[in-house]
Design a protein around this ligand. Structure first.
Ligand SMILES: Cc1cc2nc3c(=O)[nH]c(=O)nc-3n(C[C@H](O)[C@H](O)[C@H](O)COP(=O)(O)O)c2cc1C
Length: 180
């Protein structure tokens, strides 16, 4: 085995999808890209890692809500573009031609171009690590999005799009909760 830089560690374990997180600051909606995501239990808690360097953060902490939207791999360049500029001075929905749709349980918008959106409430924030713990309140799926490939960030500017799906549900049955 060859030793590589310790900074490479995250490129082997960064597991989740790259997501688009929407917020609403009074009348102004915004969206940011987040690749540090994690599911932490079977009770609809998920974690995003972020902090006050992002304009979205203030709205996230103040309103304590957001939508976590899952973009298809086909819009990877848009996803990166969204994460390269701030909503402080740009209307990213307009710039990237995104459709803001009304959510049911939160004021932050859904994104029409995404394959799924999770309406979420902030249930905790662990400042030391920038962990924003979210409780998912409602899930909507957009079956009109044909590309169902989820985008995964390696962490070094490269990405994987989902490939072959391996179905081991039968083998895992004893550990899977109902409705999953
Ligand atoms: C591929 C990609 C992944 C990113 N992942 C994260 C992340 O996990 N956490 C984070 O705080 N910022 C992440 N960013 C940076 C934010 O998306 C970026 O700072 C964005 O401009 C914030 O938008 P805002 O200022 O409008 O809130 C990522 C950017 C890109 C391009």
């Amino acid at each position: 085995m060859k030793e590589v830089a310790v900074e490479k560690a995250l490129t082997f374990i960064e597991p989740g999808p790259v997501v688009l997180v929407t917020t609403r600051n009074e009348d102004k909606i915004n969206v940011m890209t987040i690749s540090w995501t994690m599911a932490i239990d079977f009770d609809q808690h998920i974690v995003l890692t972020t902090g006050c360097w992002n304009y979205s953060f203030d709205a996230l902490m103040r309103t304590r809500e957001c939508c976590v939207c899952i973009p298809p791999a086909s819009i990877a360049e848009t996803v990166v573009g969204i994460g390269m500029i701030s909503g402080e001075d740009t209307d990213k929905f307009k710039k990237f031609n995104l459709s803001a749709l009304k959510a049911k349980t939160v004021d932050a918008p859904l994104i029409g171009e995404c394959m799924a959106c999770l309406e979420c409430r902030v249930s905790d924030y662990i400042e030391r690590y920038g962990f924003v713990v979210l409780k998912v309140l409602r899930v909507v799926v957009n079956e009109d999005v044909e590309d169902r490939r989820i985008l995964h960030a390696v962490g070094d500017g490269t990405f994987f799009a989902d490939g072959e799906k391996i179905n081991l549900r039968e083998e895992m049955k004893a550990k899977l909760p109902p409705n999953l």
